[in-house]
Design a protein around this ligand. Structure first.
Ligand code: NAD
Length: 283
């Protein structure tokens, strides 16, 4: 059944029943300290209820500060972080999780993700996430950048099916087969770089669509994510853009325009390929 996308604090339901707000704020490359704290504060003021960070973004302290100064009750904010590649493995993941909590000044996370599928390590990492979930230190666990074969391999030994797979997703990288696979296994698909890291604004083919709805390109593309049932986390540290990116609940794309956006797929990545990435790279 199609979910109505009508509200900034609206949610998709994960396979364990946890409600995940379908619009979040991404904070990759937002500077630790005042910059990211302000971004989080403004987003929460605007009505966002989901923040996506990661240990490797090195801004978890600032994210924690932003949540604190916003005065939004902790239980109303969905906070996500990720275990970095060099911390993968069972014990090191448990330690990395505690450090993330400490920096965020929180006593639980809403979602913890395996950032990349580091071969030979991700199964042990996943066992650690299962343990954190069992101990109720995190409300949901998932993966990021896992292609179908990596998901299948993980699921062979996993006690818990991942609740989320966070992937690069935009009209030039649709990966519909992977979306369908995740849907079949009740793994919530989530888009990173939904705006192609800002490159989307240079593409002429989006302009007429934006004009026809009297919306911006960013709003069209974010709405496209949500109508496809995909959680989306656009990044901005600019107050007007944070506001504008959430102004996507007063219009609806017709099916033909969703198909039109799907048909722009070129299998083009702006980020690394999960089958061939340098796991030790430092952002
Ligand atoms: P994005 O697609 O969200 O694009 C961000 C860029 O677009 C920034 O330069 C921003 O200034 C610009 N922008 C945002 N809104 C705009 C607007 N309304 N008008 C004009 N410009 C606008 O790129 P991203 O940051 O790579 O991805 C979003 C989030 O996804 C990240 O912040 C991070 O939280 C997450 N992420 C996860 C992974 C992963 O491996 N799991 C990788 C990359 C990003």
């Amino acid at each position: 059944m199609k979910k109505e996308i009508s509200d900034i604090s609206g949610t998709f339901t994960l396979n364990n029943g946890v409600e995940m707000p379908y619009l979040g704020l991404g904070v990759y490359q937002s500077k630790n300290g005042q910059e990211v704290a302000n971004a989080v504060h403004w987003a929460l003021k605007t009505g966002y209820r989901h923040i996506d960070t990661a240990a490797i973004y090195r801004n978890e302290d600032g994210v924690g500060q932003g949540i604190k100064i916003s005065n939004v009750p902790r239980e109303d904010v969905f906070v996500v972080s990720k275990v970095w590649n060099s911390d993968q493995g069972y014990d090191s993941t448990l330690r990395a999780f505690e450090k993330s909590l400490e920096r965020l000044q929180l006593d639980y996370l809403d979602l913890y993700l395996v950032h990349w599928p580091v071969a030979e390590k991700y199964k042990d990492t996943w066992r650690a996430l299962e343990e954190l979930y069992r101990q109720k230190k995190v409300r949901a666990i998932g993966v990021s950048n896992f292609l179908r074969h990596q998901l299948e391999d993980l699921m062979e030994s996993a006690k818990i099916i991942p609740m989320v797979n966070q992937m690069e997703f935009h009209p030039h990288l649709v990966q519909q087969d992977l979306i369908d696979f995740c849907q079949k296994h009740q793994i919530q698909y989530e888009a990173w770089s939904p705006l192609m890291q800002g490159n989307i604004f240079d593409l002429r083919e989006f302009h007429h669509l934006a004009n026809s709805y009297n919306k911006s390109i960013a709003q069209i593309v974010l709405r496209y994510n949500l109508q496809k049932g995909i959680v989306t986390i656009p990044k901005s540290a600019n107050r007007e853009r944070i506001n504008a990116n959430a102004d996507v609940f007063d219009f609806e794309l017709c099916d033909q325009d969703i198909d039109y956006l799907d048909a722009m797929d070129r299998n083009h990545r702006f980020g690394p390929d999960p089958d061939n990435f340098e796991w030790s790279y430092v952002l």
